[in-house]
Ligand binder design. Structure first.
Ligand SMILES: [Zn+2]
Ligand SMILES: [Zn+2]
Length: 231
């Protein structure tokens, strides 16, 4: 048993810890810091639960907690996070590209499957899917962040700009109502949009997509990234 790939899998963190690691990694990468309060919100658990899990994760050396919310992943934690994020995205590609599931239904399904995938299966999946570098929501696989580097959040755009929607952030994927709303309004990677209004006072962005207008609050608009230039 010790020499089989399954033996490696059994040394993985628990499902819960894998999900924490995944979100901590994305926070560290995209926001520059891990915020416990946001973890509680994203994982839909109480701050006390987050505190308890963080303590356990510190004991198991997945992270370093310097107190007052100053958390950073250890090298092992980061490696495990990249692994589960990769599996999460591969499963999403599988569900959308091969099984034809609508994009807004994939995220939760992926959470159910991602933790059970062995290294062997992960490699084979990636091969069959043509080694994808972006998930169906346009989020970069670990190691391919440069592909998304030039895309701007909708909240950073100017009125009158025509853009191509490229990415719906992993944190929005975690909120089914938000992702369903985006799908309903045809906000998905590859779609051309025009910024018809952006209001700092109202904290809203108005887009024109396929002749219909949609207004987004900054709160959700910040989850959408677009490519500027000449679509
Ligand atoms: Zn998960
Ligand atoms: Zn995704």
């Amino acid at each position: 048993m010790a020499e089989t790939p399954e033996a490696k899998t059994s040394q993985r963190p628990t499902h819960t810890v894998e999900d924490y690691l995944m979100f901590m990694y994305v926070m560290e990468r995209d926001d520059g810091e891990v915020v416990s309060a946001r973890l509680a919100e994203l994982l839909d658990v109480t701050p006390a639960t987050v505190a308890m899990t963080v303590k356990r994760m510190e004991r198991d050396q997945w992270l370093i907690n310097r107190g007052r919310g100053d958390i950073s992943l250890t090298a092992a934690g980061r490696e495990a996070a990249r692994s589960v994020l990769r599996r999460h995205m591969l499963v999403e590609c599988l569900l959308v590209d091969l099984l034809g599931l609508p994009m807004h239904e994939t995220h939760q399904e992926a959470h159910a499957i991602e933790h059970a995938i062995s290294l062997t299966l992960e490699e084979r999946l990636s091969e069959v899917l043509g080694n994808p570098h972006l998930c169906p929501h346009g989020n970069p696989f670990p190691g391919y962040e440069h592909l998304a580097a030039g895309w701007k959040r909708l909240t950073e755009l100017d009125q009158g700009q025509r853009v191509i929607i490229r990415r719906i952030h992993t944190f929005a994927e975690q909120k089914p109502a938000v992702i369903e709303f985006f799908a309903e309004k045809e906000i998905s990677p590859g779609v051309i949009a025009e910024v018809t209004d952006i209001s700092d006072i109202n904290q809203t962005v108005e887009l024109l997509i396929h002749e219909s207008r949609v207004t987004l609050g900054f709160q959700v608009a910040q989850y959408i990234y677009a490519e500027t230039g000449q679509p």
